[in-house]
Design a protein around this ligand. Structure first.
Ligand SMILES: Cc1cc2nc3c(=O)[nH]c(=O)nc-3n(C[C@H](O)[C@H](O)[C@H](O)COP(=O)(O)OP(=O)(O)OC[C@H]3O[C@@H](n4cnc5c(N)ncnc54)[C@H](O)[C@@H]3O)c2cc1C
Length: 306
């Protein structure tokens, strides 16, 4: 039986792997269908400490992995498709192979929801972003759109006014889900314009985004709008489908953890990174909680394995 299986190879899973490997736990790390995690699609990471000249997401994740390998972490490609409790641990299915383990670190991330239009995939990372905190500073003196009507959309729009020349909120309904106080703040900001109710029918560009076709849902009238960037703020889907019967999750699907730890409601299962983080969703936080998960798993194994 393995000591600990780490599910995920983003900053959380790879940091857990570094710490667990260095503690001689010989962790088995399952890569999932996105080795390196979400950051892989990010051309430039400017806010990860230790890289004053920025670093590509690909390079950063390559370095994390190299460090985990140096201490003996074992990697397996594939996706975990089931997790069941058994005496003294858990059995996971990955491909045809069952994997038995005493502890699990869940670092499966949370995917930013995407716009359901073909041209969105073409321009993701080339003017379309799911993270205002990460990419806002790249849009100084440019015109950007924020898609969404919830609190995150309002917060992102207000944040982006620090850099952008203008921020237009596009939302498909004529009412907003966001708290009135957030809406008031956005409405009071002279840089923020409103296009509601509108949906984006198409994203237009060459190498980068240059504009969108907007449609009024009630009349189907369309119009063109120039813009340099689009921030999609329509929520995240935490990757917790496999665990819904095993560990407590909140109403949005994020893993509930004991405050100040990475312990979940199931003994020996620890969660770190975006999958347990409805608020911040930043690589450095994922890495920090990945460290916590490995230390929590180490402690659990010391206390529970004879
Ligand atoms: C475009 C973009 C730019 C960003 N830029 C920045 C930035 O500049 N700075 C910053 O701090 N943050 C940035 N972020 C946010 C950052 O990427 C995330 O906060 C961080 O990647 C979360 O790390 P994580 O390890 O929790 O999850 P993820 O990086 O999402 O990794 C999840 C991992 O779990 C694996 N997985 C999923 N399901 C399974 C399964 N069933 N079995 C096995 N493995 C599974 C996946 O393959 C993946 O390896 C950006 C995000 C995006 C999308």
């Amino acid at each position: 039986m393995d000591n600990v299986v780490i599910m995920g190879t983003g900053p959380a899973g790879l940091t857990a792997a570094i710490y667990a490997a260095r503690a001689d736990l010989r962790p088995l790390v399952v890569e999932g269908n996105a080795p390196g995690g979400q950051l892989i699609v990010s051309c430039e990471v400017e806010n990860y400490p230790g890289f004053p000249d920025a670093v590509s997401g690909m390079e950063l994740m390559g370095l994390f992995r190299k460090q985990a390998e140096r201490f003996g972490a074992r990697f397996v490609s594939g996706v975990v498709t089931s997790v069941k409790a058994l005496a003294g641990g858990y059995v996971l299915t990955c491909g045809d192979e069952p994997i038995e383990t005493r502890a699990i670190v869940v670092a499966t991330g949370a995917m930013a929801r995407r716009l359901p239009i073909a041209s969105e995939a073409k321009y993701y990372g080339k003017g379309i972003s799911g993270c205002a905190t990460c990419d806002g500073a790249f849009y100084r003196n440019l015109d950007v759109i924020v898609v969404g009507g919830g609190n995150t959309a309002m917060e992102d729009a207000i944040f982006l006014t620090r850099f952008a020349k203008s921020v237009t909120i596009v939302h498909r309904r004529d009412y907003l889900r966001a708290a009135p106080v957030e809406v008031e703040k956005a409405r009071g900001n002279p840089k923020i314009k409103w296009m509601i109710p509108r949906v984006i029918d198409e994203i237009i560009g060459e190498d980068l985004v240059t504009g969108v076709t907007l449609r009024k849902p009630d009349t189907n009238d369309t119009e063109h709008m120039d813009c340099d960037g689009i921030f999609v703020a329509i929520g995240h889907d935490p990757k917790t489908e496999l665990f819904r019967d095993l560990i407590d999750c909140d109403s949005l699907g994020f893993v509930r953890i004991e405050p100040g730890s990475t312990r979940t409601s199931a003994a020996g299962v620890f969660a770190c990174g975006d999958v347990a983080d409805p608020h911040y969703k930043q690589a450095v936080i994922a890495a920090g909680t990945g460290c916590m998960a490995a230390l929590d798993a180490q402690k659990y194994l010391e206390m529970n394995v004879k």
